[in-house]
Design a protein around this ligand. Structure first.
Ligand code: BDP
Length: 716
């Protein structure tokens, strides 16, 4: 007993004396700013230990200063003074007038308003670090770049870096509903505390804005594309304005998804016809009202005539007529409209993959100057793999904005570890062949081929009120990578993964190598165990979580996995060549030729474009059947390898983040097997083929998998 008491006292003393390490729960994302080693801190302090900047810092510059104080303060474990003094180790935030005052003249002409330059210099014999930019946002982004550089352990005494965004609008689309739920959200509830806004703004929103600013994101659409008209009422405009006030000092604008029928629902009109003068006037007044509360309101995002949403076609008007009417309402205030190209119709029996192109291509050149067409990366819907959307490159007179999905609706949602960088890179690197060779999707969205001015990228956010924001540590990498790709669509997914890993787990080569390897395999793994060889949309109904290749009884044909796999006794795959839906004809001729030719089409897109016999001989010499089986099994093995790799980091990663990832990888392994077994059983049942001896035995029979239901799956 005495001994026990002695031990307790000792424990208590140890707890009081030793600072209790803060549990690493992922909240800090990649902005961790942990204390550096004494040696490193000493070196950093010689270049970055105090701050000065413009005489009267704007709110955005004040954010840059506060972030430098927070970041350097954490890493150097001391207070970081900010003032007018320049001494050895001052970080100088230099806009053109600060430069003029100090007699420095760094070349800023190609940096635009948001680009920055970082330079180690000596001023009056004092070593300093200059963050130079034309505008406040550039100073903010430069401050974050400096902090990142230090966090990654890179030398700071010979810095000479410059960077400017290649796209103007770098926007998160939140599919958040006003009741706090998030469509396709797997990280908890919405971070917008709609109910208590505007009086109470959750301080978490500042951290949200910081995180976005750190990766160059400059806008957020606050509400779901399946929009409620309520978000346009005075009550909700006031709430949005409070959010805008919170995000503005971090260089971010807010946007709203607009419900096209709002003039009826809110305005009491009996039509929402875009050519009706009363309708146009209603929207104009609505825009004026919004701008009175949010002077820098970004504009509207619109999902129209898609999946039951109202739109101009309800009045036999075109998408352009609808978009242009809204564009006219926001134009006097400098606002824009992001009009989504994600449309397919219930009445139209055409291959769904063809419908958006068919709808929008003829409208090229008819949109107002302040409209961007927001196009999903592939022609169907955020699948683990799709070929690039044929609209890219096909509408030279219209600014096309990329829409990626950061939340992993069809890729295992929050639990599966899938780094999306390689998926996005694959699309951005794809050569549209529309403007000669090398006209990649990246260059198309950078606006290289048209006279239009606007450029942008949107990412459907994976953020919720979970403590770690995104439901898992590795999902944070997708938010991070989106920001990087939106800043520069020609970024390398691998480099981004390295940056993220170093910031997230600390710059340790062995850890980074392992994490990088896991990340770079993860996307191919999910393709292998869910939808190999160009299959798509095999997910079960509604929640889109597990496998459902057998589903064929839904209200609309193109909602059914069976519509996409077309599997029967004779073969599998969707014929999109000239003998089938001829969707390939929507691509530039050299691309169409490649996709249409069995000798040229990449294996990864094979069944997207071709319907083939189960015994079709692949280039590898295997039959298609054998190849499919191999891919499913490879996917499972890749997940198992990720698990082993992660376990090898035990002790190198803080316990909480380690354990959660380990648990999630176990779930992923179990579910990868589920995908393999359910899919293979179903293909066996339609083809009459059997997996060879030695192939993993499924844990259950097909009926078992068919009977699984998940009424409470999140995000649905
Ligand atoms: C699909 C989602 C659905 C979205 C739709 C969209 O399943 O929840 O509303 O896309 O992008 O992927 O509008």
């Amino acid at each position: 007993m005495r001994m026990l008491r002695g031990m307790c006292l000792w424990l208590l003393a140890a707890m009081v004396l030793a600072p209790v390490a803060r549990a690493e729960d992922g909240y800090r994302l990649w902005l961790r700013y942990d204390a550096l080693s004494a040696q490193r801190a000493g070196a950093v302090a010689q270049r970055a230990a105090s701050i000065t900047g413009p005489d009267r810092p704007s709110a955005v510059v004040a954010s840059a200063i506060s972030e430098l104080q927070r970041g350097l303060g954490g890493m150097l474990a001391r207070e970081i003074p900010a003032g007018t003094q320049i001494s050895a180790g001052t970080v100088i935030l230099a806009n053109p007038s600060v430069q003029a005052r100090l007699g420095i003249d760094l070349p800023l002409s190609d940096l635009g308003a948001e680009g920055y330059l970082l330079r180690s210099m000596t001023l009056d014999g004092k070593p300093v670090t200059v963050v130079a930019a034309n505008g406040d946002a550039g100073l903010l982004y430069g401050a974050f770049a400096l902090l990142e550089h230090i966090q990654r352990g890179l030398p700071i005494d010979e810095m000479n870096m410059r960077s400017a965004p290649k796209l103007q609008l770098r926007v998160l689309d939140h599919w958040d509903n006003l009741d706090g739920s998030v469509e396709r959200g797997y990280a908890g509830q919405s971070i917008w505390n709609w109910w208590t806004l505007p009086e109470h703004v959750d301080p978490r929103l500042v951290d949200y804005a910081r995180a976005n600013a750190s990766i160059g994101i400059n806008g957020a659409v606050l509400n779901n594309v399946n929009a409620s008209a309520l978000s346009l009422t005075p009550r909700y405009i006031a709430k949005a304005a409070a959010i805008a006030d919170t995000l503005r000092p971090w260089g971010m604008k807010v946007y709203l998804s607009a419900r096209f029928s709002a003039p009826i629902e809110l305005g009491g009109l009996d039509t929402a016809d875009p050519l009706d003068p009363e309708v146009a006037a209603w929207w104009k007044a609505k825009a004026d009202e919004i701008y009175a509360s949010i002077p820098d309101f970004g504009g509207f995002l619109v999902k129209a005539n898609s999946e039951g949403q109202p739109g101009p076609q309800d009045y036999h008007r075109s998408h352009a007529e609808g978009a242009n009417m809204l564009a006219a309402a926001v134009a006097p205030h400098g606002g824009i409209v992001m009009w989504r190209a994600f449309v397919y119709s219930a009445e139209d029996a055409t291959d769904r993959a063809k419908q958006a192109y068919a709808e929008f291509k003829p409208l090229d050149g008819t949109f107002a100057d302040n409209v961007l067409l927001q196009v999903k990366n592939g022609p169907i819907d955020f699948q683990p793999r799709e070929p690039f959307h044929p609209l890219f490159g096909a509408m030279p007179e219209t600014p096309l904005m990329m829409e990626f999905q950061i939340t992993k609706e069809y890729l295992g949602q929050a639990t599966h570890l899938v780094y999306l960088g390689p998926l996005w890179e694959e699309v951005l690197e794809a050569d549209t062949r529309r403007h000669g060779e090398g006209a990649t999707v990246a260059k198309v969205i950078e606006g290289r081929y048209g006279a239009h001015k606007l450029t942008g990228m949107a990412g459907v956010a994976n953020i919720g009120d979970d403590r770690d924001w995104t439901g898992s540590t590795f999902n944070q990498a997708n938010w991070f990578a989106f920001g990087r790709m939106a800043w520069n669509p020609q970024s390398s997914a691998r480099n981004i993964a390295v940056e993220w890993a170093e910031l997230t787990f600390g710059p340790r080569d062995d850890v980074t190598r392992t994490v990088l390897d896991m990340m770079m395999t993860s996307r191919e793994a999910v393709v292998n165990y869910m939808t190999p060889l160009g299959l798509a949309h095999q997910m079960a109904t509604g929640h889109h979580y597990g496998p459902g290749p057998w589903v064929s009884d839904l209200g609309r044909p193109e909602w059914n996995p069976a519509y996409y796999n077309r599997a029967d006794k004779d073969g599998i795959g969707f014929d999109r060549t000239a003998s089938g839906s001829n969707a390939i004809a929507q691509y530039a001729p050299p691309v169409a030729k490649e996709f249409g030719d069995l000798a040229a089409v990449p294996d990864r897109d094979l069944l997207w474009f071709h319907h083939l016999a189960w015994d079709y001989r692949m280039r590898s010499g295997e039959t298609l059947w054998q190849s499919l089986l191999d891919h499913y099994q490879t996917g499972v093995e890749q997940v198992q390898a990720m698990e082993r790799q992660w376990q090898s980091l035990k002790g190198d990663i803080d316990p909480r983040r380690f354990a959660k990832t380990a648990d999630f990888l176990r779930i992923q392994e179990k579910e990868a097997k589920w995908w393999r077994d359910a899919s293979v059983l179903y293909w066996e049942s339609v083809s009459g083929k059997r997996a060879p001896e030695g192939y993993p035995e499924p844990a259950h029979d097909l009926d078992y998998y068919k009977a699984l239901r998940f009424p409470n799956a999140p995000g649905h």
